[in-house]
Design a binder for this molecule. Structure first.
Ligand SMILES: [Zn+2]
Length: 338
């Protein structure tokens, strides 16, 4: 089998890798129907997050089960399944509370940009569909695996409810699907901070009502202008930089909610500023597994079309070009066909 490896900044190779095998009795092996490149993969691709040695890449996946370990009870060969970037037993106290991405048995997936994949804790991690889904729904089903699940958690953690005014900071794929999620949850007004025409267009399609191009203090002032001077009820921080985090907190009304799902890089919060901001702050690695059954059903019923965030599709052996296109912002998100 061949798989995707990162050797160093901007050095992606698709090369021979060992065929995945059952190593624990709770594992499953999948033949992937589709996989993709995540915005968070760009942190290490750009060298902002350094790697010690050549590292396998990929954590978003859906596909057909080929084989299961002897202790796997619910997942069966031949089923179509979607799983999260974080594995979970779905039975521990943390999982039962809905925080499967911090499961006591969690492992982070990291070899999914390949044709085949080993998934640990298969019974807890994977969600199967009743039938094999039609091919045209694969991009949207793949999106539930991380990018939609994360946008959905961002909206949920920011307390989005019918009638609320929502602000999304970040016009990457997660931010865009944060808009879709907020719309599904009944938000009345959805403001997106974006300066790029192609993303503004998709933001509108997903339900954004207002677009703000200003940033920093000017951005905060513009949000206040749009919200009767007090700030938004629910703010989704979907980037992970100091600037975006401060943008989010300062644009939230006292008593409002800030969620943060962008993996933080160099973010430092000032205690006094946070104290007087008077906001609820909740985030972390999205517990995608909590939402998967509902999101898969919304896709199968064609209520939502999150697969629209994939504006580039490549055969997986051209994965390096997929990274380049996202790095150079020629593509929002790249889908890879095994
Ligand atoms: Zn657990």
């Amino acid at each position: 089998m061949q798989g995707t490896m990162l050797y160093g900044p901007r050095d992606i190779r698709f090369e021979d890798r060992p065929e995945p095998k059952i190593t624990k009795p709770t594992d499953a092996i999948l033949r992937l129907s589709a996989t993709c490149i995540c915005g968070s993969d760009l942190w290490s691709y750009r060298g902002i997050q350094s790697i010690a040695q050549p590292t396998p890449m990929g954590h978003e996946y859906c596909g057909v089960v080929e084989e299961v370990g002897r202790e796997v009870r619910n997942i069966k060969p031949g089923q179509f399944v979607v799983g999260s970037f974080a594995t979970s037993d779905n039975t521990c106290a943390i999982c039962r509370d809905g925080y499967q991405s911090s499961c006591v048995q969690r492992e982070f997936m990291s070899t999914a940009q390949a044709p085949c994949l080993r998934v640990p804790s298969a019974d807890g991690t994977l969600v199967a569909t009743k039938d094999l889904p039609p091919r045209e729904l694969l991009p949207s089903l793949l999106a539930t695996s991380d990018v939609l699940g994360t946008g959905w958690f961002a909206a949920d953690a920011a307390n989005v409810k019918p009638g609320k005014t929502v602000l999304v900071v970040g016009d990457g794929a997660v931010g865009l699907l944060g808009i879709l999620s907020a719309k599904q949850m009944g938000a009345e007004r959805i403001i997106i901070m974006s300066r790029r025409a192609s993303r503004q267009k998709l933001a509108r399609e997903f339900g954004a009502t207002d677009i703000v191009t200003e940033r920093g203090d000017e951005g905060v002032a513009r949000i206040k202008e749009l919200t009767k001077g007090i700030g938004a009820d629910s703010v989704l921080e979907c980037v992970g930089t100091q600037e975006s985090m401060m943008q989010a907190i300062q644009s939230t009304r006292p008593g409002g909610y800030v969620s943060h799902v962008g993996v933080p890089h160099g973010v430092e919060l000032n205690g006094e500023q946070l104290f007087f901001a008077h906001v609820h702050l909740h985030g972390g690695p999205a517990p995608v597994r909590r939402y998967l059954p509902e999101l898969i059903q919304l896709v199968l019923n064609e209520k939502i079309n999150p697969g629209k965030v994939f504006d580039l599709t490549l055969p997986i052996d051209q994965v390096a070009e997929g990274y380049r296109a996202m790095d150079e912002r020629r593509a929002i998100k790249t889908l890879l066909r095994p």
